[in-house]
Design a protein around this ligand. Structure first.
Ligand code: C5P
Length: 222
């Protein structure tokens, strides 16, 4: 592994889940552990990059030698991501952002009513990686696609729709990999084609992905 691979490059990484508040004590979220994003942050630091890790609530310590910004909601994550985006060379979106948030956040704890059914009104969250990719001076932008079927074709759809340079697809229907697991097997999908990487630890995979990303970004630059 080349420790100068990303020397002088600014890398922003989103990681973990977001929490969308319903009231002062409740929220909507998901089971993302943040492990893949944190492993990528460590690998990027190892490759000499200046790393900003924009993280939702997770049970992981901040990787050494990186700047970590802790956020709660998708809107917070968007704000943190766009701050200093003009200085960012490579943006990696590994966060599991909640697709929707409650239309309004109750000021006080919501009370149980007599109704058996309760309706929640949700509104779509901003797409963080698509907003980054829509910037004038866009960084090399990488997304993740967690799919349960037709993995490659859905990933390709997201690559195009969100104007990404690369997307890392994984099959979350398999219980041995993905979300909370320590291992992962992914397919790297670019505009040129797809490359499957073998099952390995998230740590090993992160180093491999950083090599692939560094090479692809270089190629794009020159
Ligand atoms: O949720 P979806 O499958 O569309 O996620 C694909 C990619 O888009 C992931 O990299 C994820 O981090 C990113 N994303 C985002 N903001 C959202 C939804 C997804 O940055 N609101």
């Amino acid at each position: 592994f080349d420790r100068g691979l990303l020397s002088g490059k600014q890398v922003f990484i989103t990681a973990g889940p977001t929490r969308e508040a319903l009231d002062p004590v409740r929220y909507i979220s998901n089971h993302s552990s943040g492990k893949m994003g944190y492993a990528l942050a460590e690998a990027a630091v190892d490759a000499g990059a200046l790393v900003t890790l924009i993280s939702g609530p997770v049970n992981l310590p901040a990787p050494p030698r990186c700047k970590r910004i802790m956020i709660q909601s998708a809107e917070d994550m968007l704000e943190a991501s766009l701050q200093n985006i003009d200085q960012c060379d490579i943006f990696i979106a590994s966060a599991a952002v909640a697709d929707y948030r409650p239309v309004s956040v109750a000021e006080h704890k919501m009370k149980k009513g007599n109704e058996e059914i309760m309706e929640l009104h949700l509104i779509k969250n901003p797409d963080i990686v698509a907003s980054v990719a829509a910037q004038q001076n866009k960084p090399y932008t990488i997304g993740f696609a967690a799919e349960t079927r037709d993995v490659i074709s859905y990933a390709q759809g997201k690559l195009e729709r969100k104007n990404l340079d690369l997307i890392i697809a994984n099959d979350v229907s398999r219980s041995d990999i993905g979300f909370n697991s320590d291992d992962n097997a992914v397919t790297v999908v670019s505009h040129e084609g797809a490359t499957q990487l073998p099952l390995s630890s998230k740590r090993q995979l992160a180093h491999k992905l950083i090599e692939i990303i560094a090479a692809a970004e270089q190629k794009k630059d020159h």
